[in-house]
Design a protein around this ligand. Sequence first.
Ligand SMILES: C[S@@+](CC[C@H](N)C(=O)[O-])C[C@H]1O[C@@H](n2cnc3c(N)ncnc32)[C@H](O)[C@@H]1O
Length: 222
Amino acid sequence: MRMRKKKNGAARIEACRELLITEVEKLKEEPQYAFPTKRPLHLEIGCGKGSFACGMAKASPGVNFIAMEKVPDVACLALEKAKKCAQEREDNLRFLIGDAKNLAEWFPGSSVDCIYLNFSDPWPKSGHAKRRLTYHTFLALYQELLVPGGVLAFKTDNVGLFDFSIEEFKAFGLETEWITRDLHASEHNEGNVMTEYETIFSSKGQPIYAARLRFPVKEKTE
Ligand SMILES: C[S@@+](CC[C@H](N)C(=O)[O-])C[C@H]1O[C@@H](n2cnc3c(N)ncnc32)[C@H](O)[C@@H]1O
């Protein structure tokens, strides 16, 4: 997501400090240290301006939700949005500013129940495939973080990224719970929380591709 540099970005982020994970080094010991209550933990990677995170946190009071974004100026907008609607939900939403490639440094194994990838950057050039958040090296990272049988939920408007990702998921041995090439016309749309990109693309008539998968339970090696 391209964005002009925000004036007073750091000060604006600081004003939302209560929603920000600031002591990243604590996550390894207690990934839910920033929440008042421990609950199943869901993680969104590349949350953009935060509509999905706010909507999901409100709709899922039994879950703690971490929304991660690598661009601070974009995270700033998500934080401000979440602060505005904080009264509408349990105290169950926090933001992490950082890059998904560092996930394993921050989170302990088997600490996350569900990972959401929404409208991830498609990186259409084949030479950039490694940067796609559904490339198998990222899937390996997610598998470490997730509890055995943990869930990966994926939505995109980009058919190229979708087809590529489905192949990556299959090759990695993920089990498909469901898959659709038109989420909004499907039975899986019930309870769907829209993202900013989803709102824009679906208003133009673009179908939304989506899938929900489970990671295989790893066999223990002696
Ligand atoms: C195309 S936007 C989609 C935003 C939002 N999920 C939506 O659907 O409206 C992708 C977002 O993912 C973020 N992002 C891309 N790669 C990332 C990474 N490796 N770690 C964390 N965030 C990332 C980008 O900065 C951008 O804000």
